[in-house]
Write a protein that binds this ligand. Structure first.
Ligand code: GAR
Length: 210
């Protein structure tokens, strides 16, 4: 059984999707813990209600990113994870932290990377007149929102969309590709070639919705 530690900062809908898919589909995995950097993250309640251990490492208490990341790593490692899953975890991580979990930490980012790294992805996609938007699941490296892409999903940007409407459409796609990506990891179906990742059996690593 692979052990997953999921990091959240807020409502945790991606974490919820992963917890549910793991149970419903009988993955060879268990969610060992859900950890938040915010004590008031809504997703902590869902995790606790499902009997999943929770922890808070409040970034506001630490004087530096290094100090926060060191404590976060200590708490994560206490749960002996095979995979660390960043699910709406809104912290910039130090290179030491990303190196520690190299090739065993995933992130979901609400854009079609490499477009729109960072924040406000949906506003920027609309502003640029993009006709497609989407979401990317990728391994985490020291460079923000880079790292080998596991899956991407594309959705249309429709006339009249505001950031709220587009983010809701993208979120549906997130809940599709994040569980799928984590499942592939725990099933050891992901193969590295250099700095790229593909599926062992050539399964499609993209989804087109709408
Ligand atoms: C998701 O849309 C996720 O893609 C995004 O935060 C949201 C978290 O929602 N992540 C990032 O922007 C990371 N840079 P959730 O808490 O309901 O899963």
């Amino acid at each position: 059984m692979k052990r997953l530690v999921i990091l959240i900062s807020g409502r945790g809908s991606n974490m919820e999707a992963i917890v549910k898919a793991c149970a419903a589909e009988g993955w060879p995995a268990e969610v060992a813990a859900v950890i938040s950097n915010r004590p008031d993250a809504g997703g902590l309640q869902f995790a606790a209600a499902h009997g999943i251990p929770t922890a808070v490492v409040d970034h506001k208490v630490y004087a530096s990113r290094e100090a926060f990341d060191a404590e976060l790593a200590r708490v994560i490692d206490g749960f002996s994870p095979d995979l660390v899953v960043l699910a709406g975890f809104m912290r910039i991580l130090t290179p030491g932290f990303t190196a520690r979990y190299a090739r065993r930490m995933l992130n979901i980012h609400p854009s079609l990377l490499p477009a729109f790294t960072g924040l406000h992805t949906h506003e920027r996609a609309i502003e640029m007149g993009c006709k497609l938007a989407g979401v990317t699941v990728h391994f985490v490296t020291a460079e923000l929102d880079h790292g080998a892409i596991v899956m991407q999903a594309a959705v249309p940007v429709l006339p009249g969309d505001d950031a709220k409407a587009l983010s809701a459409r993208v979120l549906t796609a997130e809940h599709c590709i994040y569980p799928q990506s984590v499942r592939w990891f725990v099933e050891e179906a992901l193969v590295w070639s250099g700095e790229r990742v593909h599926h062992r059996d050539g399964a499609a690593q993209h989804v087109l919705l709408g």
